[in-house]
Design a protein around this ligand. Sequence first.
Ligand SMILES: [Zn+2]
Length: 291
Amino acid sequence: MVKWRGREGSKNVEDRRGVGAAAGMSGLAILLIRFVMSRWGLGGVAVLVAGFFALQAVGINPMALLSGQPASGSRELSAADQEAGQFVGVVLAETEATWSDFFARSGQDYPEPKLVMFSGKVESACGFASAASGPFYCPADQQVYLDTNFFAELSQRFGAPGDFAAAYVVAHEVGHHVQTITGVADKVRRAQARASQEEGNALQVRMELQADCYAGVWAHQAQKQRDFLEPGDIEEGLRAAAAIGDDTLQRGAGRRVTPESFTHGTSEQRQQWFYRGYKNGDPGACDTFSE
Ligand SMILES: [Zn+2]
């Protein structure tokens, strides 16, 4: 159990869980269009559309008016949902403390990433994503996207329960943000554009292992600087790293294990790099590219 209770959460969390209805066209809007169509035909609809844009032009969201919903959170979140949200906020704040420290050491500011919590599906600058794709980081908007139901899945489907396992996942995604800021991610993308599929995957594996190593570095610092962990937490993180290794996932899905298709690394590799980061506590120990 990580010692997260009573700690302050990050201000960079945006909770989009329970919004859903306001994003699509509401039933009321469809009824309105049908009604206008039946009475005034297409001309009426044209007037309606013009009105829609006129409202938008003055900064009013007509869809929000029609659906009667505020711009954010309307569905009641369960106590467990709320707790997962608070937990994620505290973990994110811990990663901010760690990384702003490291950046400050080289005289740089750490631009903190935003974290969007969603349920079901989400729109990002990297495209539309569903919960099935798992947590991800989008470099284009520098945001982490996370469906907190993934934590339950981590424990039930992947057999890696515990709150540190969840914290590791958040820290891994933040690791991708760090790669984006330092330019590593861009370099890899450029190299991938020239590479074969197989070489591209191998580069991707190195990216992912570095993010695992960064998660380990964070765990080290969170423990050392702010006494965040308890005995057993690192083992939980290692179990999580093993559970989401490519070989384990392929085997679990009843598929043949094909290393050339790996994009995250084997269970053993993921554990090793997480642990190396944890032992060293320094991002300099995370050069997964030259080994
Ligand atoms: Zn990743």
